[in-house]
Design a protein around this ligand. Sequence first.
Ligand code: ASP
Ligand code: MG
Length: 401
Amino acid sequence: MLIVKKFGGSSVADKEKIYRVAERCIEDYRQGHDVVVVLSAMGKTTDQLIALAKNINPNPSKRELDMLLATGEQTSVALMSMAMGALGVPSVSLNAFQVAMHTSSAYGNSRFKRIDSQRIRHELDSRKIVIITGFQGVNKYEDVTTLGRGGSDTTAVALAAALKADVCEIFTDVEGIYTADPRVVPNARKLKEITYDEMLELATLGAKVLHNRSVELAKKYGVQLVVRSSLNTAEGTIVKEEVDVESMLISGVAADKNTACIAVIGVKDIPGTAFKIFELLGKKNLNVDNIIQSIGREGTKDISFTIARDDVRDVVSLLEENKNRITAQRIEVDETVAKVSVVGAGMLSNPGVAAKMFEALYSAGINIRMIATSEIRITVLLDEADAEKAMRVVHDQFMED
Ligand code: ASP
Ligand code: MG
């Protein structure tokens, strides 16, 4: 078998942990498998490197920032190979440049375009464990790029796809994918399996276990993905195309506090108003979701939407600058909101999921501000202060029967 194993920063945070990971990889190697290991930077290294950069220049060039951040992963792969060396097992560390993991040109948020597998194949054929830097790539200018925070998962899946690996294992400090964050919802359950589509919704909604692009890629190339603990040998959660239909109606409840609500008040009730607002934001790459437009009154209407909290300053100044063009009377911002969502492929064939969710919120006296849905997801916007309670009551409503 060819196995890709990815370990996050907390799994390689110190010497002991590095050795534990090394031993775990060696076990597979000794059974005769080809082993490719993808690593993140040790512990909080990436955060520290960002702080280091900002200390030198509060607004560093994105190219140079990528150059700096990529060193974190390079450190961990080299140390891992040294550990394997000490354990007497042949291994080699490679960075994205050496493999040739080609990405789009954008710094800080690039995407894989093509991966050369020749060098890796060659090293595997000479019976080495191959240890590869997560999170980074190389663009057409032969510059180092990074994939966005948490991007090492995507490196692992992209490699698994390129090498046609039999399995891609993502090791983390939890035992798999849970029906909700166990720190918030104590009776959350570990899922045996989940579909790519459900996982994609959950990853996008702020369940931080997997980088959402890794799930997109896994679905696209049919990569068998397993999320499991780096601390024990528990089975973990399998992410795949289809799961047992008699499984639960919903597979997860997630909350996302990185959200803010913007209301554009008193715009003219004429064609083109929404277009003008969202075109402005789109051109600046500012992501918007959950849009609501009020019913018109006296020739005006309000348009509200949610954005990531980090984007509030950019969005508000852009809208203020263009207030006349978009015919707005004023812009209101509320940063005390959160999104709570339920996700489940079971919704497709079971009406009434929305009512069930709203009933739980109503019984708990929680007010809903906005509602948005997709085929397999219902999201409500509510007061941030209610988020945890909402997660618990909604989770109970679906899981207790
Ligand atoms: N080291 C990078 C980060 O902290 C990538 C990763 O951990 O996946 O975001
Ligand atoms: Mg991660």
